[in-house]
Design a protein around this ligand. Structure first.
Ligand SMILES: [Cu+2]
Length: 335
């Protein structure tokens, strides 16, 4: 066992080396960037992801390391990741009963291994609270494209997941979880957590019928002790994060909310392309939501489309003071 001091020293040493390497790589990359733009796009299209876990058999309640090995079409380490939403790599975790959510990043952990990342291996840690299947979404961005992939893990143990509940309420109390600092919240959250009362309340406004393929606008209204909250703050460079998963667990969408500005909501409804125009960042071509105000509320809007009919769970995540809120709503999508 290494002492804490020597672990810390190794960590500092690794960071120093990694930063030196990254500076060299970045310098070379920006010079060559234009020439290789097409090549980079092609490379992104062939990004492969393999997951290794430690321990190999994942057990309920035990901290598990999830190591994502990113390689290109030649099997070489894929390391040209850009920071987006304040992180190099985003991992969303959702249980098959659509009740548990996790949202973690390599930067969230002190044990982050920068040298391994130079070899294309990115690690996050997570403790799965229930046994069963989970879907994981991995989101990364290169200079030219965004990439997302989903994977599954099975968790063993006595504490089995409950059945899916089809809760179609559009209004509910939600709970605050204390932030861990630096826009971090690394624990699993369940919609069954803390069943006592909470001063936070959220109401969604959504059209009565949601159809496959149609752009849907869902407005979230937040209140605290009955008063509208107007000092929500960005979390990981977005007003709100969403993980959208259906009961078939056949995919997972990681998207972000927008803050409607005077009348913008109506403009978007009339011009179906307005939202798209607003979202496209000139710099990167990344589907971005535009600048997030320093303070906003009480309304945040989700714009999305659903590909299949059925029930979808929409997990939300946002920040108020030092509290991370997880408003979760289920919607039914028709043909
Ligand atoms: Cu993230």
């Amino acid at each position: 066992m290494q002492s804490r001091n020597s672990t810390f020293f190794n960590f500092r040493f690794a960071i120093t080396i990694a930063v030196t390497f990254l500076c060299v790589i970045n310098f070379g990359f920006s010079e060559e960037h234009d020439k290789h733009a097409t090549h980079q796009a092609a490379k992104t299209a062939k990004l492969n992801v393999k997951l290794h876990t430690e321990p190999k058999t994942i057990k309920v309640g035990e901290s598990t390391s999830l190591m994502f090995h990113l390689t290109d079409e030649k099997g070489e380490p894929f390391t040209d990741l850009m920071i987006h939403h304040d992180r190099t790599l985003h991992v969303l975790i959702v249980s098959e009963n659509l009740q548990i959510l996790g949202h973690v990043h390599p930067e969230d952990f002190e044990s982050r291994d920068m040298l391994a990342e130079l070899e294309g291996v990115y690690t996050v840690h997570f403790t799965f609270p229930m046994a069963g299947r989970y879907i994981l979404a991995l989101d990364v961005m290169t200079a030219d494209a965004e990439f997302s992939k989903h994977l599954y893990v099975d968790v063993e143990g006595e504490n089995k997941m409950q059945e899916i509940t089809h809760d179609l309420r559009t209004e509910k109390d939600i709970f605050g979880y204390k932030e861990e600092g630096g826009d971090r919240f690394t624990k699993a959250v369940s919609i069954r957590d803390k069943m006592d009362t909470s001063p936070y309340h959220v109401k969604i406004e959504v059209s009565e019928q949601i159809k496959v393929g149609e752009m849907v606008h869902i407005k979230y209204h937040f209140s605290l002790d009955g008063k509208p909250i107007n000092d929500l703050v960005p979390f990981l460079d977005a007003p709100m994060h969403f993980a959208i998963v259906n009961t078939h667990l056949d995919g997972i969408l990681h998207t972000h909310g927008t803050v409607p500005m005077n009348g913008d909501t109506d403009k978007m409804k009339n011009d179906p392309h307005a939202a798209h125009k607003m979202k496209k960042s000139v710099k990167t071509g990344h589907q971005h939501q535009g600048p997030t105000p320093e303070k906003f509320g009480p309304t945040v809007m989700l714009m999305t489309t659903f590909k299949k009919p059925g029930h979808y769970q929409i997990f939300g995540q946002l920040k108020h003071k030092d509290q991370i809120l997880f408003p979760t709503f289920m919607v039914k999508v028709e043909k």
